[in-house]
Design a binder for this molecule. Sequence first.
Ligand code: NAG
Ligand code: NAG
Ligand code: NAG
Ligand code: NAG
Ligand code: NAG
Ligand code: NAG
Ligand code: NAG
Ligand code: NAG
Ligand code: NAG
Ligand code: NAG
Ligand code: NAG
Length: 532
Amino acid sequence: MKLAQALQIFSLGAYVASAFPTSADNSSLEVFESSCADIVPKLNIANATVYFSQFVAAGTNLTLDNNVTCTQPSQVAPVDMCRIALYVATSSQSGINMEAWLPANWTGRFLSTGNGGLNGCIGYGYMAYAISYGFASVGANNGHNGTSGGAFLNNAEVVKDFAWRSVHTGVLAGKEIAKTFYGKAHTKSYYLGCSTGGRQGFKSAQDFPEDFDGIVAGAPAIAFNNLTSWSGHFLPITGNTTAPTFVPTNMWPVIHQDILNQCDGLDGYVDGIIEDPLKCNYTSKNLICSGANTTNCLTSLQSETVQKIFSPLYADDGSLIYPRMQPGSEIVASFVQYSGTPFPYTVDWFRYAIYNDPSWDPYTISNKDYVYANQVNPADIQTWKGDLSGIQERGAKILHFHGQMDGIISSDNSPRYYNHVSQTMGLGTKQLDEFYRFFRMSGTAHCTGGDGASVFGLTYGSVESDNPKENVLMAVVEWVEKGNAPETITGTRWVNNTQSLGVDYKRAHCRWPKSNHFTGGDPKEVGSWQCI
Ligand SMILES: *[C@@H]1O[C@H](CO)[C@@H](O)[C@H](O)[C@H]1NC(C)=O
Ligand SMILES: *[C@@H]1O[C@H](CO)[C@@H](O)[C@H](O)[C@H]1NC(C)=O
Ligand SMILES: *[C@@H]1O[C@H](CO)[C@@H](O)[C@H](O)[C@H]1NC(C)=O
Ligand SMILES: *[C@@H]1O[C@H](CO)[C@@H](O)[C@H](O)[C@H]1NC(C)=O
Ligand SMILES: *[C@@H]1O[C@H](CO)[C@@H](O)[C@H](O)[C@H]1NC(C)=O
Ligand SMILES: *[C@@H]1O[C@H](CO)[C@@H](O)[C@H](O)[C@H]1NC(C)=O
Ligand SMILES: *[C@@H]1O[C@H](CO)[C@@H](O)[C@H](O)[C@H]1NC(C)=O
Ligand SMILES: *[C@@H]1O[C@H](CO)[C@@H](O)[C@H](O)[C@H]1NC(C)=O
Ligand SMILES: *[C@@H]1O[C@H](CO)[C@@H](O)[C@H](O)[C@H]1NC(C)=O
Ligand SMILES: *[C@@H]1O[C@H](CO)[C@@H](O)[C@H](O)[C@H]1NC(C)=O
Ligand SMILES: *[C@@H]1O[C@H](CO)[C@@H](O)[C@H](O)[C@H]1NC(C)=O
């Protein structure tokens, strides 16, 4: 069977699945393989140099190029695919390294992945996850290699790639590659990302609404300059590890328990999970040492540190820079923001993107830095536009989620953005529900992990089911293609957090502005909880 013949099957309906299946029918797989080998000269991508195309059989363990993977050394291909690597120049002094992974069993869908932190790395895990569902997927290195922001120094073009141009360029190139390879344009276009990837999803929604029909944006690093100021402001609060204001790491589990004592029951059930941290107004006064007791307690200076950590950050002019850290995430955060050491992304962002001064000292961070960063807003990275009418008018959909025990990006910032969209567009929840839904994932840390039902299909290692009710990626596909909008997203808790041990419980995470309440019965049953 020839490629053209094979593709006819696609136009008759269903999936290219039938055109390029796996080893059961080797003739079409051979066609796929040779199409992959022959694709490079056929590609005509603006400003691109195509490095290679390579057929990768399902199960192959790919060794990844350390330059563009940051720390991930290898990735197993879940399905047969054609892998294409290229470079696309974005200016005379910048460009992106990217890959397109084109599954043999193509559904006709396209998907772009995003990045994390200040990376610098192709999201291979997400790409593998996407092709396992038959998406033609792309991932780019965001304009530089590695986890550091050093490449931003005196190069505004690289910052521009990081802020928005890498994803947009990769999408244009990727759609073109898919069209040339399969001989047919994609049907629907999707985005999947978390953290910096969540910000990139919102950046696309705000500035390039035509790029995607469905966006999954988790734990978004939006209000980016302010977030970066906030991440850096903990250091002057805690001081370094020998300062009297510093709270030792071994006190944070004690504080966490005290937080649970005050707030876990607010949702009607004490299970170690705070369903709605916005309702939690923690005071550490019960932990202040009294008399001769100096164990498992806080000095008054340390107690002030804790209160400041759980207070919003305001500029001297009284404007809010960023909300407080939400209570519940403190054990993770104690090893990061409260560790008495500089937060690396804040250091790099201020040194290389804000000031172009590698000697900037994170110990001196203060109001003038917060205000200046917001003013400079390099490459408009803030990602805070409240007008999503581009998405609304196209009928595209945004599924926004945020873990309620996120120790890196406070989940309090997500409802702030939702409300900002609501005010900017003059739309209430009912109208926003048509194209923008926000879910609060209780017991979920930064993107994945956490103490609760944190498995909901974001990526490999975090999947219980392909059912759209339990899988954010399948949920947005169902919404875009069938109009079935997600009411809740059900997360899974595995026994001992281990998939092979089976399901401990599931919980349906609520859509903002609702929050989950225990209504009686077995707390491990989804039906014992209600979104109100
Ligand atoms: C191809 O994709 C279809 C639809 O997603 C799926 O039902 C089928 O099992 C896949 N076949 C292979 C060989 O992966
Ligand atoms: C198809 O290819 C696989 C591996 O490439 C091989 O093991 C299998 O025997 C082939 N099947 C047929 C029917 O040729
Ligand atoms: C893939 O190869 C790497 C070494 O390059 C190895 O560490 C890893 O365990 C392999 N993965 C699988 C699933 O075999
Ligand atoms: C990594 O990038 C450097 C340039 O910074 C290049 O010299 C090297 O060949 C690259 N490594 C690979 C495996 O391509
Ligand atoms: C990034 O890594 C890629 C792949 O190894 C390499 O081709 C490229 O030159 C590197 N970019 C920079 C700026 O070093
Ligand atoms: C990209 O290509 C277009 C024309 O194909 C050209 O005008 C533009 O200068 C190129 N941009 C870069 C960054 O090379
Ligand atoms: C502790 O912080 C002070 C600034 O407040 C700094 O001068 C000193 O070097 C720091 N010590 C360590 C070990 O980081
Ligand atoms: C938390 O406490 C502060 C100060 O007492 C108060 O202003 C605020 O309204 C409280 N918030 C909630 C959610 O109870
Ligand atoms: C010391 O104070 C802490 C905080 O109030 C309390 O939890 C702990 O039980 C006290 N220890 C003793 C020995 O009294
Ligand atoms: C960012 O912080 C500035 C204060 O420096 C404040 O005026 C502005 O409203 C904040 N923006 C967002 C999106 O939080
Ligand atoms: C779960 O972990 C606990 C302790 O960490 C252990 O006692 C228990 O046996 C484990 N359960 C299973 C099913 O492995």
